[in-house]
Design a protein around this ligand. Structure first.
Ligand SMILES: *Cc1c(COP(=O)(O)O)cnc(C)c1O
Ligand SMILES: [Zn+2]
Length: 418
């Protein structure tokens, strides 16, 4: 009998990526524009063959996500634009916030500094690079807002067409910040989960449309690893004790965890124990609810919260979030819309950083987890601040504003100051 020869190389150059691996049954398939397992329909994830990767090589790279290209499913010759590429955002030691919360040390990873002011530029950067190699022609997405901004902008810069679907009740700023790039922005009368379903249907009918978080999702999701790599590198090549991550679909949380594990396996950091914590808004907290109830199955909800960027009622990565949080001995909690606004204001007044509602969720959940003793106040904590407050101004309502409105006289100002 002649043995069947299994091809050892695939036709796509996606750097260190070796294959797509089913997260459910472990079935491996060659790199391709696929996202669901042909055996069990489980979600596919990128598997790698990393060569020797040295800190010095990473440190010699550009100050963007592409310094980690040897750890991402992108061609080694990935197009780079040093002035517009995402990543390289600041890690801020938050002395004042730590003091206000009565804890030892907090770092704020401030991802508002990305090109369209949210962490979504990272995932879109990787998705576009992979989509180009996989032969797609149009960049598309269903979005809760920030992804829409990132896809529309990246497509404009790359000279690609874009098709962006959003719920019609989105914040005005996020609609305008998507529309200004003049791709095709479609507002859908429905919630995110309706929009997502629509995207699945359109992806099946339009083979050259890369819906970054649907049919290119295995590649897209890997972009979130760069947050984890950056935090570790900025801490001087070590892992934090605890990290708090906001959850929408849950992809980011699972990939930050994957990044920390990879860094340890590759000896780029010492594999010290760390705990991953998840943050949700109570008005859309299906994963937090499952965690607290000790369930493995996530029951979908109909979102009702000001944290619209996190308002995914049927989170695709929910079970994997539970796995990562339980494996690392972390926890998940959720906060009310009032607490979200308090969280935004607390970060602003202590650190001078203005986060969107998702950042308010992270800060307020961290506060709650410190109070309940689930976050250790004596350990070192990283908070991921993933989007900019300018996008969700309405969330503040009239809770902030001028102390007084006065005539143009010094006397009136002094009087108003009390
Ligand atoms: C999309 C988003 C997240 C989390 O996304 P996942 O779907 O969980 O990966 C967090 N913060 C902001 C601001 C976002 O836009
Ligand atoms: Zn499978």
């Amino acid at each position: 009998m002649t043995a069947v020869t299994v091809p050892t190389s695939t036709k796509f150059d996606l750097g260190p990526a070796r294959a797509l691996l089913c997260r459910e049954c472990g079935n491996e398939t060659p790199l391709a524009p696929e996202y669901a397992c042909l055996e069990c329909f489980g979600p596919l994830e990128v598997a790698y063959d990393f060569g020797k990767i040295r800190r010095e090589d990473i440190e010699a790279g550009p100050r963007s996500i592409w310094r980690y290209r040897g750890l991402l499913p992108v061609p080694s010759t990935v197009e780079q634009h040093p002035n517009t590429d995402p990543g390289g955002t600041r890690l801020v030691e938050a002395h004042n916030l730590a003091k206000a919360l009565g804890v030892r040390k907090i770092w704020v990873k401030d991802d508002t500094g990305n090109p369209t002011h949210s962490f979504k530029d990272r995932v879109v950067g990787v998705a576009l690079a992979a989509a180009r190699e996989l032969g797609f022609k149009v960049l598309a997405c269903p979005s809760t807002g920030n992804l829409a901004n990132a896809v529309a902008a990246a497509a404009a810069r790359a000279g690609w067409k874009s098709v962006v679907l959003v719920p019609s009740n989105l914040e005005r700023a996020k609609i305008l910040m998507s529309a200004v790039y003049e791709g095709a922005l479609i507002a859908v009368d429905g919630n995110y989960d309706d929009v997502n379903r629509l995207a699945q249907e359109l992806a099946a009918e339009n083979e050259d449309w890369a819906f970054v978080n649907v049919n290119v999702r295995p590649y897209y999701a890997e972009g979130s690893k760069t947050l984890g790599y950056e935090v570790a590198e900025q801490l001087g090549w070590r892992l934090p004790d605890q990290i708090v991550v906001p959850i929408a679909s849950g992809s980011q949380l699972t990939k930050v965890d994957k990044a920390f594990r990879e860094l340890g396996q590759l000896d780029l950091v010492e594999a010290t124990p760390y705990k991953v914590f998840g943050a949700q808004a109570t008005g859309c907290s299906p994963i937090s609810a499952a965690f607290k109830a000790g369930h493995d199955v996530i029951r979908p909800v109909r979102p009702d919260t000001i944290a619209r960027s996190l308002a995914i009622g049927a989170p695709a990565d929910g079970p994997y979030v539970l796995d990562a949080v339980r494996r690392t001995n972390g926890a998940i909690d959720d906060v009310t819309d009032e607490e979200v606004v308090e969280g935004i204001k607390l970060l602003a007044r202590t650190e001078g950083i203005f986060a969107e509602t998702a950042g308010g969720v992270t800060v307020a959940t961290a506060k709650k987890l410190f109070e309940s003793g689930q976050l250790d106040p004596d350990a070192e904590t990283v908070l991921l601040i993933t989007g900019d407050g300018l996008k969700t101004l309405d969330a503040l309502g009239d809770t902030v504003g001028p102390r007084a409105t006065v005539p143009p006289s010094a006397e009136a100002v002094i009087k108003a100051l009390g």
